[in-house]
Design a protein around this ligand. Structure first.
Ligand code: ADP
Ligand code: MG
Length: 330
């Protein structure tokens, strides 16, 4: 490398760090020092994004940075936590200033939008990979868990799902140049590359949702985690599962991709359960956070996920979802 590791850190990361009252000492020493607000607990999560695994190799530096922090913020959202700070471990095959400038600028953008400062990290040479660790605060005992769903709770989903899976499909079809030629494709690909973590919604659900998870592996797989942790089953109404206009339009021409909507796709919406007597509070939350909340089903006893059509016929569905250690050769 023609520049040192320290120059990279100073030029691209330390200089862009956002100030925050709880950060006593940020980037530059052997470690960061942070203080805790009174009566709060720390919620901690980490996610790695590897080139060619978590994003197509042609993904832009700006999109990679956005997604790396967004997927971590989504885990905080699912816990009902307020963003506190994050660290970044970056492995780079080579120093490319254009790439680093675009990456660090986009990272600074999303970190300022969600008010989460970068407090430290590690920079190494190796295959392109980005690991981000996030920390958030919740009032003591108030974190939203997967394990609280009860029989009779209603199941809700924020926003819409499916766009990210279809966006990935589009990119895989056209490996050389991104398929951003028409509006429909552009919207779907943007949803894949620029997920919007439901941070405010997650915090608003604290004290209301009995269980919550973010959709990172597909709706059925992620809801199944709630069912397992809570030892319950669920009935879902397929017709009520919200798809975006772009996804609906795309599926009209490509009906065979429908199962990928439910079993794939990092949409980063929140799926959560609410006791019947608290459901009345959701309308105000949806309005305040400009976020649609769809009622998609109900928690039942048992341990399986049942899917029904509008005429109440039980539907069969594909149980397969993405697993890094069980990659199938299709
Ligand atoms: P050490 O050898 O003590 O681990 P480093 O050289 O790895 O120190 O890091 C020096 C300082 O720069 C530390 O404060 C570290 O947290 C920070 N740092 C290193 N890489 C990054 C990065 N990619 N983003 C943000 N901070 C970083
Ligand atoms: Mg280090």
């Amino acid at each position: 490398m023609s520049v040192s590791e320290f120059e990279i850190i100073n030029r691209y990361f330390a200089s862009r760090a956002v100030a925050d009252e709880h950060i006593v000492l940020g980037i530059g020493d052997d470690a960061a020092v942070v203080s805790m607000p009174a009566d709060q607990q720390l919620v901690v999560s980490i996610d790695t994004l590897i080139s060619g695994v978590h994003f197509p190799v042609q993904t832009s530096a700006a999109d990679i940075a956005w997604k790396a922090l967004a997927v971590n913020l989504s885990d905080l959202a699912a816990m009902g936590a307020k963003p506190a700070w994050f660290t970044l471990a970056l492995s780079l095959p080579e120093v490319k200033h254009n790439w680093l400038a675009a990456f660090s600028e986009s990272l600074a953008d999303i970190s300022s939008i969600y008010q989460i400062p970068l407090v430290g990290g590690d920079t190494t040479r190796g295959p392109l990979s980005i690991t981000i660790q996030v920390a958030g605060y919740v009032a003591s005992g108030q974190a939203l868990l997967r394990s609280g769903a009860k029989v009779g709770d209603q199941i809700f989903l924020s926003g819409s799902i499916g766009d990210a899976a279809l966006g990935l499909h589009l990119l895989q079809q056209q490996s050389d140049s991104p398929a951003e030629t028409d509006y429909l494709s552009r919207d779907l690909i943007r949803r894949l590359n620029r997920p919007q973590p439901r941070i405010e919604l997650g915090q608003a659900l604290s004290g209301i949702a009995s269980a919550c998870i973010d959709i990172s592996d597909g709706l059925f797989a992620d809801l199944s985690h709630i069912l397992k942790a809570s030892a319950v089953g669920a009935r879902l109404q397929q017709a009520q599962i919200p798809l975006s206009e772009a996804a609906q339009q795309f599926l009209t021409d490509n009906p065979s991709l429908r199962s990928s909507i439910y079993n794939r796709g990092d949409d980063y919406e929140l799926c959560f359960c609410v006791a019947a007597e608290k459901c009345g509070q959701l309308e105000a939350i949806a309005k305040e956070h400009y976020c649609s909340l769809s009622h998609i089903g109900e928690i039942i006893s048992g341990d399986d996920l049942q899917l029904f059509d509008a005429q109440n016929n039980r539907l069969d569905y594909d149980h397969d979802s993405y697993d890094h250690f069980m990659v199938k050769h299709e």
